[in-house]
Design a protein around this ligand. Structure first.
Ligand code: 9L3
Ligand code: MG
Length: 136
């Protein structure tokens, strides 16, 4: 009997911070996730580094150029075979605007983090990112 193991699919997401606030994005698709909030990002494609994938995803989803910083330590299981990894991200150019997948963006202070309905798996990731990246 052979045991089959495959590496998990990595979903990369960005904790964009500007002026002490974290960017939250509301999903418009797929239907089962619509209305829930997330750190923007998406699946890493074959041959891409995580950082390359995140720059691409943030360009596609927000229309901005970004600089990827430190990884936020941790790994959050999204569903069997899928894990979420998060990086601190700084804006290089452009102003984030929903392009696809999202219909609203909000910049949240630490006190405002609970004001949106985060995807379940994003909650612990957001808490970790906020603890490291937002002013107390
Ligand atoms: N997902 C969860 N939290 C996130 C992101 C970026 C993605 N912060 C989930 C939603 C989808 C899957 O990962 O089920 C792939 O994401 P996408 O490519 O649809 O953004
Ligand atoms: Mg996405």
């Amino acid at each position: 009997m052979t045991e089959q193991r495959t590496d998990p699919v990595v979903v990369v997401a960005g904790a964009l911070v500007d002026e002490g606030r974290l960017l939250a994005a509301r999903r418009s698709t797929p239907a089962e996730l619509a209305g829930r909030w997330e750190l923007p990002g998406g699946k890493r494609e074959p041959g891409e580094s995580s950082e390359e994938a995140l720059v691409r995803e943030l360009r596609e989803e927000l229309g901005v150029e970004t600089e990827i910083g430190e990884r936020v330590p941790g790994e959050w299981v999204l569903k069997p075979g899928y894990v979420l990894w998060v990086w601190a991200v700084r804006l290089r150019s452009g102003r984030p605007a929903p392009q696809q997948e999202h219909d609203e963006l909000r910049w949240l202070t630490r006190d405002e983090l609970d004001s949106v309905d985060w995807l379940d798996q994003d909650r612990p990731a957001v808490a970790e990112a906020a603890a490291r990246l937002l002013p107390a």
